[in-house]
Design a protein around this ligand. Structure first.
Ligand SMILES: Nc1ncnc2c1ncn2[C@@H]1O[C@H](COP(=O)(O)OP(=O)(O)OP(=O)(O)O)[C@@H](O)[C@H]1O
Ligand SMILES: [Mg+2]
Length: 253
């Protein structure tokens, strides 16, 4: 089967620092994969290269078999690669419903068309409501985003991403900054994402990682150390060394 994502020796240097170093990596359609690694390992840089935020110094990226290395961010989104950010990037004054509708109109090329037929808007409103319900945001969908709980805002980011109809969803620390009580809701929402969407999750909380992931990739100092099923990753001595002082014991149970 053609991987949904395949990178070949993808690299990016900043001055003398090799932030991402010859990463060759692939993801199957519908994958549930985590990307872990210590602070500064290059995880966000990897996602920034994948999504076209920054250019690679070297290497290539294929999405569903197509070379997208030189495509714009927008073209990548259109082809089904969508991400959320480590730091929340929502419009505070819009409601969740408006934010998701905007993403739907944008996806359908209708953003600037104020004369779209009413039936089209109804279809979009229904789709938006379904996405918001899936992310447990129905009760807050008409409130200004600035007024809803932080955990819900992070769920809204996933809702906006889903409105782009991704084939591959890249989640950069979706639970970062979220209070403990709300983290479980976010992980439940991620676990309940449509099964045909491949998910690459960057996350530091190993409990969340090992509960979610069917495979785990470990990036250390820009280099892909290992990519395997959770049990083998947890048992790998190189991974244990990279996480010096942190216990991975029992996490793969
Ligand atoms: N635009 C940039 N210019 C210069 N150096 C950068 C830039 N972006 C990232 N770096 C450096 O590249 C390395 C990798 O950073 P990156 O943010 O990708 O790590 P990360 O794995 O996402 O870390 P964290 O877990 O803390 O989010 C770091 O040393 C960082 O300082
Ligand atoms: Mg990061």
């Amino acid at each position: 089967m053609t991987p949904i994502l395949a990178t070949d020796r993808l690299s990016r240097s900043f001055g003398g620092l090799r932030a991402v170093n010859e990463v060759t990596f692939s993801l199957a359609p519908g994958a549930r994969q985590a990307l872990i690694g210590p602070n500064g390992a290059g995880k966000t840089t990897f996602v920034n290269i994948l999504t076209g935020v920054i250019a690679p110094s070297f290497g290539s990226i294929r999405l569903a078999g197509e070379d997208i290395t030189r495509l714009s961010r927008h073209q990548r989104v259109r082809r089904g690669m969508v991400r959320t950010f480590q730091v929340n990037q929502l419009f505070p004054d819009l409601t969740p419903l408006e934010s998701v509708l905007l993403a739907i109109f944008e996806r359908d090329g209708k953003a600037a068309n104020l004369r779209r037929p009413a039936w089209r808007e109804e279809a979009a409103a229904e789709e938006a409501a379904a996405i918001l319900a899936r992310l447990k945001l129905a009760d807050v969908m008409d409130l200004p985003t600035a007024e809803i709980a932080y955990g819900k805002r992070r769920q809204l980011e996933i809702a906006v991403a889903l409105a782009c109809r991704p084939k591959l969803l890249l989640l950069d620390e979706p639970a970062a900054g979220v209070p403990d009580g709300e983290r479980q809701d976010i992980m439940a929402a991620i676990a309940a994402l449509p099964r045909d969407v491949a998910v690459l999750l960057i996350e530091h909380d190993m409990d969340l990682v090992f509960r979610f992931a069917e495979r785990i990739a470990v990036l250390v100092g820009g280099t892909l150390l290992v990519e395997d099923v959770p049990e083998r990753v947890a048992a790998d001595p190189r991974v244990r060394e990279a996480y010096l002082g942190e216990s991975l014991d029992g996490r793969a149970a």
